[in-house]
Each structure stands twice: as structure tokens, then as C-alpha cells.
Design a protein around this ligand. Structure first.
Ligand code: TYM
Length: 400
């Protein structure tokens, strides 16, 4: 079976770019997903190798299994060992001005990868995608792309090595990018995108053609200026696993175009406040903590909505203990509490029943108020002129 031919059975978890749903309160079964998607687990051996070749500990997202799956990461490490170049590619669909905590996950990891491997990065803002899928005008999504760029820049990317682009700006303006889109579109049939993305006869033709636009940045020939004309620079894509269908399709067409298949690092989903059956999503405002939320919003949302793995009464909780696997506060702390020892202590004490849900929530509120507060401070300092610099096509500072 080819990478892109995935058959989804109705009783299974649903994971695609538009839907993430699981019937289990523990959330998506990621091991099953690895089997179904045909990717590889990020195992101890890969983690040790990453630490060996880079000479530093991996980011806690990788150490804690938040980035859990990959395609061809060993190949990227081979290149790095041989001092051969590669670049990073990730993206964001600007559907609202308020990005949420889940959106930070791939960007934080990408920033760490850029810093660790010292490589260039392209970030695609798919304002065209959100125009096609959402009830928004092209002018609105184009504007949102610029607003979201500020949140992305606030994650700390290196201006000398980062190009952020809106599809509306760049696709039309770059002949080579559009040629690659057409080359990809020529090789993918309607039958294939129906199978990969669930499109049907009533899907508008814009959506049918869009996957080629998300695929094209995986090939360095789409960026003649950025990569100084180097057309065969290998690509590594960090993203949550919902985006994998696009890249299964990309990897399928690449050899037929004499292009290189992109490598991938996949993360799990940052869960909704209500629990791990669904991911945090902007279209469900009560499921999400937004990067625009005030300190009070954060406190109120966690106290009101964060699903508890605790028992019904204090007595019962002290006797039976809490369940960290389903407790949203603990799960969020796994993403954003850096201190391994403290996290482990909280896990033990909550599981034994010594700590109550209220205590976990308090810890989480402190961590998230700091994270979001500091993000807002960094974002407030980013001017329109800074955004313009990141979004101007230019050769990135890197030796190929
Ligand atoms: P978008 O805007 O839906 O999401 C942006 C990035 O965030 C990831 N993500 C999450 N990660 C963890 N937990 C969550 N709850 C969560 N929700 C979203 C997404 O996987 C993504 O990495 N079509 C894309 C934009 C895009 C892109 C790309 C993404 C264009 N090219 C290349 C990744 C890589 C989109 O709408 O992403």
C-alpha cells in the first residue's frame, strides 16, 4: 500500500487536517496512528542519536513523547553529520487573529530545531486555504496572515534565516513556486485527493487543487531567491500529525518530479480543555486558551473547564488517587512545565491522592499565565516593519 492510501474504518480515531476525534477519554491512540499512517516512532535510539550528533539534550517535547513520530529523521541526522544543508518548513492557516496554545507546539519545536541545527526556515501562511474553507473574504484572511505572523515571530525565530510568506503574496509573485504547484497538480488525480482528504463531487475545485499549494514549499526549487538557486536542498517539516495527509501526497509525487521527499516530525495534539477526545481548536472557543487571553481569562477557563482526572469527593480522591492520563491540567503541564523533577513529583502526588485537582490547576494557571504573559510582551514589541522584514523574499543567510 502506498503512503497516501489510508483506509479509515468508522470505529477508528479520525485524524485529518479538519477533524480530530477519538472515542477514548485517553484521546487518540497514537501507536495505532503510526501503524495506519506508516510513519516511524521516535524511539530512544533516535533521541540518543539526536543528542549525540547535536551535543545537547533534546527539547522536552521530544523527550516526553509530545513529538512522537517521524519520517526519515535519521536521514536528516546523516546530512547534519556530513555538514550537508537542509531546511525547515512549517505553516499556519490564518483563520482567526487569536492563535491558541496548541498552535504554539510546532512553532516552539521549530524554533528549537532552527537554533540547534542552525538551518534556514520557511513558514507558509495559507490565507488562500482559509479563504476556501472558512466563511471569510480573501481580504480578511490576507490580513489575518499578517496578524498571525506577529505571534509566530514572537516565538523567537532568527530573521537572517527565516522567510514567512502569505500564499496570496508569494504564490502569484514567484514563477517557480507556481510552476511546482502545477507540476504537482498534474500528477495527482481527483480519485487520489478523494481518498486522502475525503473530498467529494460537491467540493469546490479550489479545495481540490489546494493540497499542491501546501506541498510545494517542501521543495527548495519553489524558493529560487531564498535558497540562492539551490534546487535540491532537503526539507524537514515539523507539524502536528493532522497535517500528515498533505505530506503523504507530497512524498508520493516527489520522486516522479525528481524532487527529494521531505522528512517529517509529528506531534500529538494539545488537548481541548474538555479532555483528550478532541484537540484544542479555534472553532470551539471554550475548548481553547488563546494567546490573546488575559491573565484572568486563563485562570477562569482552567478553573471552569479543565477536565479533571480526580475523584468525585475528597475522601474518595485521597483513597483512590487521580488519573493523570485523562487530567487536562496534568496533560497541559507535560507540554509547558520545563522542570522534569517537579512534574514527576506532581504526577506521583496526584496519582497517590495526596494532591487534589485544585492544586494541579493552580500550578497550571501559574505556568500558563507566565507563558502567555511573556508571549504577549514579546508580541507587543513587534512592529509592522519587523513583519515586513520577515515577509520580504530575500536570500537567507546560509552556506549551501
Ligand atoms: P493550522 O493553522 O491548523 O495549525 C498550525 C500548526 O499547528 C498545529 N496544530 C496543533 N498542534 C498541536 N495541538 C493542537 N491542538 C493543534 N492544532 C493545530 C498544526 O498541525 C500545524 O502544524 N494547513 C495548515 C497550515 C500549513 C502547514 C504547513 C502546517 C501550511 N503548510 C506545513 C504545518 C506544516 C493549517 O491550517 O495549520
Amino acid at each position: 500500500m502506498a503512503e497516501q492510501d489510508i483506509i479509515i474504518h468508522p470505529e477508528e480515531d479520525i485524524v485529518d487536517p479538519w477533524t480530530v476525534k477519538s472515542s477514548s477519554d485517553k484521546g487518540v491512540d497514537y501507536n495505532k496512528l503510526i501503524e495506519k499512517f506508516g510513519s516511524m516512532k521516535i524511539d530512544e535510539e533516535l533521541i540518543k542519536r539526536m543528542e549525540r550528533v547535536t551535543g545537547k539534550p533534546v527539547h522536552h517535547f521530544i523527550r516526553r513523547g509530545i513529538f512522537f513520530s517521524h519520517r526519515e529523521m535519521h536521514h536528516i541526522l546523516d546530512l547534519y553529520e556530513k555538514k550537508q544543508p537542509f531546511y525547515l518548513y512549517t505553516g499556519r492557516g490564518p483563520s482567526s487573529d487569536a492563535m491558541h496554545l496548541g498552535h504554539l507546539v510546532p512553532f516552539i519545536c521549530t524554533r528549537w530545531l532552527q537554533e540547534t541545527f542552525d538551518v534556514p526556515l520557511v513558514i507558509q501562511l495559507t490565507d488562500d486555504e482559509k479563504f476556501l474553507w472558512k466563511d471569510l473574504t480573501a481580504e480578511e484572511t490576507h490580513k489575518l496572515a499578517y496578524e498571525n505572523a506577529k505571534d509566530i515571530i514572537a516565538c523567537g525565530f532568527d530573521l537572517d534565516k527565516t522567510f514567512i510568506f502569505s500564499d496570496f503574496d508569494y504564490v502569484g509573485g514567484c514563477t517557480d513556486f507556481y510552476k511546482n504547484i502545477c507540476r504537482i497538480q498534474k500528477l495527482v488525480t481527483f480519485n487520489q485527493v478523494k481518498g486522502i482528504f475525503g473530498f467529494d463531487d460537491s467540493t469546490c475545485i479550489g479545495k481540490v487543487g489546494f493540497p499542491a499549494i501546501q506541498a510545494a514549499p517542501s521543495f527548495s526549487s519553489s524558493f529560487p531567491l531564498i535558497f540562492g538557486g539551490h534546487t535540491k536542498v532537503p526539507c524537514l517539516i515539523p507539524c502536528a500529525i493532522d497535517q500528515d495527509p498533505y505530506f503523504r501526497m507530497t512524498r508520493d509525487v516527489a520522486p516522479r518530479l525528481q524532487f527529494l521527499k521531505p522528512a517529517l516530525l509529528h506531534s500529538v495534539f494539545f488537548p481541548a480543555l474538555q479532555g483528550a477526545q478532541s484537540k484544542m481548536s479555534s472553532s470551539e472557543p471554550t475548548s481553547s486558551i488563546f494567546l490573546t487571553d488575559s491573565q484572568k481569562d486563563i485562570k477562569d477557563k482552567i478553573n471552569k473547564y479543565a477536565y479533571s482526572g480526580g475523584q468525585a469527593t475528597v475522601e474518595e480522591h485521597k483513597e483512590k488517587g487521580g488519573d493523570c492520563e485523562v487530567d487536562v491540567s496534568y496533560q497541559y503541564l507535560r507540554f509547558f512545565m520545563d522542570d522534569d523533577a517537579k512534574l514527576e513529583q506532581l504526577r506521583k502526588d496526584y496519582t497517590s491522592g495526596e494532591l487534589l485537582t485544585g492544586h494541579l490547576k493552580k500550578e497550571l494557571i501559574t505556568v500558563l499565565q507566565k507563558l502567555v504573559g511573556e508571549h504577549q510582551e514579546r508580541k507587543a514589541k513587534i512592529t509592522d516593519a519587523d513583519v515586513k522584514k520577515f515577509m520580504t523574499p530575500r536570500k537567507l543567510n546560509y552556506k549551501y
